[in-house]
Design a protein around this ligand. Sequence first.
Ligand SMILES: Cc1cc2nc3c(=O)[nH]c(=O)nc-3n(C[C@H](O)[C@H](O)[C@H](O)COP(=O)(O)OP(=O)(O)OC[C@H]3O[C@@H](n4cnc5c(N)ncnc54)[C@H](O)[C@@H]3O)c2cc1C
Length: 497
Amino acid sequence: MSIEIAPRERVDVVLIGAGVMSATLGTLLRQVDPSLSIVCFESLDRVAAESSDAWNNAGTGHSAFCELNYTPQKSDGSVNISKAIQINQQFQESLQFWTYLVEQGKITCPHEFITKVPHLSFVTTDKSVSFLRKRYEALSKNLLFREMEYTEDKAKIAEWIPLMMEGRDMSRSMAATRVEHGTDVDFGALTRKLFAYLLKGKQSRLFLRHRVTSIGRGKDCRWHVHVKNLQTGRAATVCARFVFIGAGGGALPLLQEAGIDEGNGYGGFPVSGQWLRCVNPEVIEQHSAKVYGKASVGAPPMSVPHLDMRMTGGKKELLFGPYAGFTAKFLKHGSYLDMIKSVRPGNLYPMIKAGLDNVDLTKYLVKEVMQSPQDRLKSLRKFVPNARLEDWELAIAGQRVQIIKSHKEKGGVLEFGTEVIRDSEGSIAALLGASPGASTAVSIMLGMLQKGITVIKPELAKTRLAELIPSFGKKLDQEPGLLDQITAQARAALRIG
Ligand SMILES: Cc1cc2nc3c(=O)[nH]c(=O)nc-3n(C[C@H](O)[C@H](O)[C@H](O)COP(=O)(O)OP(=O)(O)OC[C@H]3O[C@@H](n4cnc5c(N)ncnc54)[C@H](O)[C@@H]3O)c2cc1C
């Protein structure tokens, strides 16, 4: 970490925010062109302290193995698997990039950030069992999901997830799918490793406790990034050829500051989260999987309940949730005025329209916020029938700012994905939204580099990225040989075999 920035500097790249997105982009840029000068500003006193921190997210390496919301059921009863295929391919790109970094010795000790943890879906009503069976039939035909297993056999399910079957009413129908080679990722640990590698290069610097206060286009055609040292109060201006706004929940206000046309009409809707974190080692020991269920009616897609084994700092942990909530903050360390301050003439109408069209979501959030410990226990017992409140404590997760954008017919829509907003030149880009999130950081950045950014020639990016990520630009589910090769390589290098 660097101590002080000069009052006025010129660099190639400014990264705003030291989360997994900036870390991933910085690392990719260093592979494509090591001569680029890169400066990262982070307002907090450590790397990955917001959404990328281990306990602020669930750490699921989203591969669509277990997340039922990625495979919606169509009106004719069939299951649409296109999003699942896309998300799986995206995570495969992350795995390949991390494999490359480990094989090249650029980062070490992969077990400190990634662990093999089986991914399961578990359902209990006749309707859900029929859905899961159809989902399995559709997915297992695809190469990417060939290792998926399905069962309605209760003894088999008890073998897979004993804690969840103890004390359960066995007269009910139930079904589960399992992919043994799922992953748990400590995105905080990964981010710290990526920054440690990035900062080994003389061309990269990180300034903690430095808040970006505004961004504007200078007469020199560079972006002038104004930053305040939160310790000394000193201000500085850094003039950059390319700016990445990887500020998580703080990205929207900075995008608005930059004032690019492409950012018009965007608003944000923050959804907070809470977990129940298990504090009883005997209970933790009994569960070794990530198990996703079905979301309740009106719940936003990212509120699918799940019981997750986690690995953080070499320790096995267990969490259940998320319980959704609402605060007007855009960041966990943000201000209650964040949402109100983000309202502009350009996004007021889309925000009102999106609000009116999502009354179910509002009702759901109000219900979630009003929950008592006993209500939370009731939800937990659907997963762990014998759960006792004293074995679990409440923990606050990170903030997710969902995207609101203008829409021709509807006026405004609320979206649950991620979106990169960039100007036509590719001189500035901001990442909005948070789902599927950190798992797809590599794929998001590849997409951005492919479209072109001012500091990298697209041809150079394409050639170099294809060397780093063998499946780059290919459809992995149609390349059995390649899939076998990269799977074997990733399992060996990342020790997830
Ligand atoms: C409850 C929950 C569960 C999740 N589960 C998963 C999961 O299972 N799997 C998955 O892949 N993803 C998951 N995600 C999503 C994932 O956590 C995020 O997509 C990812 O961490 C976002 O990374 P980021 O770098 O964009 O943001 P962050 O990690 O939030 O980093 C942004 C940084 O920018 C800094 N910053 C903000 N404003 C400024 C400013 N003006 N100046 C300087 N610095 C600034 C912040 O302090 C922060 O450190 C989950 C998220 C939540 C909230």
